[in-house]
Design a protein around this ligand. Structure first.
Ligand SMILES: Nc1ncnc2c1ncn2[C@@H]1O[C@H](COP(=O)(O)OP(=O)(O)OP(=O)(O)O)[C@@H](O)[C@H]1O
Length: 330
């Protein structure tokens, strides 16, 4: 069992008197070396939760602990938080006039100049930015600046790295690279990462554990594969996998037995085949998705979506046999 590094105990934070804002009664533990992704729609409280863990906000209720030490907020400390925790925000907070090397080195005291130099060089190598050492921040791309910001955060023997929307400034190509980098850095350094993202794919790719936020509440948590395959909420299935959600009447029309609630399934759970129990659907539309196509299918006025890996097999207006192999009653 991994060692517990952060404990969040019943924390609440409301902005003004608006019930809808902030976060409500949230508790969980984080284990050393894990990557945690906080996922949720805009306004669900992701950033507020991250700030509360970091000690940036005064809590209305509850406590946050780094190991056994309480993380104090701005009501108690001039520089709130815990020295083992560092946050990289979307604006990176770099000194844009200074060189990359100096940005990183400036985080350490001058008491041991040799150590300071060594640590800076080591961290730049980890982040693959050693070749940028003498460049000014203004000469760097968004992705490069982000690596400098992470190096700066980690150089002081940080144990917990908090990342607020780490991929918001970069294009799709670089995003894949940065996701892989964060995974590699966490594995190499043993740092615990807590990140906030509005893109669930980040969490599915990177995280050991996902925390799903909705309306300021932590509604479920779990390993990406578990939470994807067995979500407890329609919201989670929708956020993580573009799920098809049918109400009871629609589900019954397709022969799916749902007592109350909804039938929920992902397009990849729909099998296009000719098995005895498959049903005939009309292809209403075909969406090109690169290495696969998504088919919009209809039967008895109910629309569902399915995945077609071999392009062009079924076309618009065709009739296909489809079997909803698995669905969840939510
Ligand atoms: N400083 C503030 N003052 C008042 N209300 C706030 C403040 N910051 C956030 N809120 C409100 O609290 C709720 C949660 O906001 P938060 O920024 O934590 O959500 P989020 O999930 O990070 O959203 P986004 O993905 O859009 O950044 C929202 O309703 C928001 O309007």
């Amino acid at each position: 069992m991994k060692e517990k590094i952060i404990s969040v105990k019943n924390i609440s934070k409301q902005y003004q008197q608006e019930q809808a804002s902030g976060i409500h009664n949230i508790s969980f533990d984080i284990h050393k070396g894990d990557i945690i992704a906080i996922i949720g729609e805009s306004g669900s409280g992701k950033s507020t939760l991250l700030k509360c863990i970091y000690g940036l906000l005064t809590l209305d209720e509850g406590e946050v602990f780094y190991q056994d030490e309480k993380v104090w907020g701005p009501d108690v400390l001039l520089i709130p938080g815990h020295k083992q925790m560092k946050m990289v925000t979307q604006d990176f907070s770099l000194n844009i006039y200074a060189k990359v090397y100096d940005n990183i080195a400036s985080m350490m005291a001058n008491t041991d100049v040799h150590h300071k130099h060594q640590k800076t060089m080591e961290m730049m190598a980890h982040l693959h930015i050693d070749h940028l050492k003498d460049k000014k921040i203004t000469q760097l791309s968004g992705g490069e600046q982000q690596r400098v910001a992470i190096a700066k955060a980690l150089v002081t023997d940080t144990s917990v790295l908090l990342l607020d929307e780490p991929f918001s400034q970069v294009d799709a190509l670089l995003k894949n690279q940065l996701r892989a980098d964060i995974k590699r850095i966490a594995a190499e350094t043993g740092v615990t990462v807590i990140m906030v993202s509005h893109d669930p794919a980040d969490g599915l790719f990177l995280a050991d554990e996902l925390l799903m936020m909705k309306d300021g509440h932590l509604i479920e948590r779990g390993k990406p594969a578990d939470i994807y395959q067995q979500p407890k909420h329609i919201y989670t299935a929708r956020m993580l996998g573009n799920a098809v959600v049918l109400n009871q009447e629609e589900a019954n029309k397709l022969g799916l037995e749902v007592k109350d609630g909804h039938a929920v399934f992902y397009p990849e759970w729909v099998e296009l085949n000719n098995s005895w129990n498959s049903r005939r659907f009309e292809v209403k539309d075909v969406y090109y998705k690169g290495f696969y196509e998504e088919l919009l299918l209809e039967r008895h006025g109910v629309k569902i979506r399915a995945i077609q890996l071999n392009r062009g097999v079924h076309k618009k207006n065709d009739h296909v046999q489809a079997n909803i192999g698995r669905f969840l009653s939510l």
